[in-house]
Ligand binder design. Sequence first.
Ligand SMILES: [Zn+2]
Length: 249
Amino acid sequence: MLGHDHALSGALAFAVVAPLLPVSGIQLAVAVALTAGAGVLPDLDEPGSTIARTFGFLTGAFAWIVHRLSGGHRKGTHSLLGVGLMTIAALWAGSFQQGAAANSQHQELWWHLVPAGLILALLFSAGLRALYIGGHHGDLFGIALAVLVLWQRWDLVEVTSWHVPVLAVSVALGMLAHLAGDMLTHDGCPLLYPVSRQEFGLLPEPVRITTNKLAERWVISPLLLIGLAYFIYRDVSPALTTATSAGWP
Ligand SMILES: [Zn+2]
């Protein structure tokens, strides 16, 4: 599946579950953008992929390391273990960042912001790049967004009952959406890697799609866009209604 469809599917996944989360307005937009980036995160195991080229040789070298560690392209990062490990990394970055806030009188604790900042900058920039938003300025915009989110601590807003911060929710949702997307294609995903190399798919073999062929371009991409538009409208319309009725009694 193409990078932009993976990014769209991540954004869609967040828009679908958004009513369960305490985010609205600009926080919702930011979380949707973050999850779009997490939608291309599993392809960090491929040095030529969109996300691997986000920050030039820096992300390229990192992708090469991920490629070696995860067993190659579409292996570890496309498994449930990979999703779990990345989510734990996001949780850890969030709690490390929280440590800085708890001791904000100590200037030297700025480096507590670094892991979460790196994840945010990578995901925002990769998401914008995958969606062809902004070109090279997209990377700068992604970094600026990361700084804004860190400063406002929006990535730490917790999902009420589970106490899971938005950053970890976005990483898990975006990666799962990516796996689901690849499971619509002929390749499938090795969900149980490294225990088993079996490739799992969501569709019977004859109707699985081929990346960048007619079915993806004319069925999957438009469906993702329509779905995203619908769920974003659903997410923001109660706020619009309230705003309108408040303004026009
Ligand atoms: Zn993939």
